[in-house]
Design a protein around this ligand. Structure first.
Ligand code: APR
Length: 244
């Protein structure tokens, strides 16, 4: 098959892109980890200690995800792809809002909340179109099911694939992430030296590493504005008018 010669937009998203859809971010003072300490709900030790609590935490979040709708940022990225741009999305998010907006190339670094997986064989995954996971729900090998999410202290199975995608970027657009979690945040270092990187985040001024262009706006405003420029001109670039 011929190589895809189109300029390649790689988008790396965090929970901030889903904030305007009503999904909580993690590290804000009113974020998810403020009420639910990581060590009680999002580590292998928490799972061993109190699986019912962990399942309940993710069951509630799954309901929140099902109620949410993609926002203008998710929709703009999907529209760009529909228009013929080459768009790859790498997301830290466990929601499915990129897919529901219509994006077709989405890699979930931290798993997907709408799937369950076996605790003895990670390849055994089950979609969860409705309901939650309860103690006693088992895989085809008879072991308890868990959410298909990556917990703190676990390896990130798709990280190598994500690095490869980033090395092929012509422009790296980062949206709504504090870049606090490794190895995900180190993805930015894999972008080619001649590919511009842009961060759209209300806190971009504080968060962006050196060399990354800052657009200090919420995703629902900053992303559609960038996309409109690209659609109008048919190329990927960083318009100076959006900065600040
Ligand atoms: N638009 C864009 N960004 C926003 C918006 C918005 N409307 N609202 C908030 N943000 C930004 C915040 O400024 C912050 O930089 O979203 C970011 C959220 O950061 P975190 O809470 O740290 O979440 P995230 O970066 O997604 O966390 C990464 O950490 O806890 C783990 O596995 C979890 O995938 C998650 C990972």
């Amino acid at each position: 098959m011929a190589e895809d010669e189109r300029p390649h937009l790689v988008v790396f998203t965090g929970s901030g892109i889903s904030a305007e859809s009503g999904i909580q971010t993690f590290r804000a003072s009113d974020g998810l980890w403020a009420d639910h300490p990581i060590e009680e709900v999002a580590t292998p030790e928490a799972w061993r200690r109190n699986p019912a609590r962990v399942l309940q935490f993710y069951n509630l979040r799954r309901e929140q995800v099902r109620r949410a709708r993609p926002n203008a940022a998710h929709r703009a990225l999907a529209a760009l792809e529909r228009q013929g741009f080459r768009v790859s999305i790498i997301t830290q998010n466990i929601d499915d809002l990129h897919e529901r907006a219509g994006s077709r190339h989405v890699l979930h670094l931290h798993g997907e909340i709408l799937k369950a997986r076996s605790t003895v064989d990670g390849r055994m995954q089950y979609p969860l179109p409705r309901g939650g996971i309860e103690l006693g729900d088992i895989c085809d090998k008879g072991s308890q099911l868990r959410p298909d999410v990556v917990w703190f202290g676990e390896s990130v199975p798709h990280f190598g694939e994500a690095c490869e995608i980033v090395t092929e970027a012509d422009l790296l657009l980062v949206v709504g992430t504090s870049l606090a979690v490794m190895p995900a945040a180190s993805l930015l270092e894999h972008a080619p030296l001649d590919a511009p990187s842009v961060l759209v985040d209300p806190e971009a001024e504080v968060l962006a590493p050196p060399g990354v262009t800052r657009i200090s706006q919420p995703a629902g405003r900053g992303v559609p504005a960038l996309v409109r420029h690209w659609q109008r001109e048919g190329r990927l670039w960083v318009p100076q008018t959006l900065l600040g």
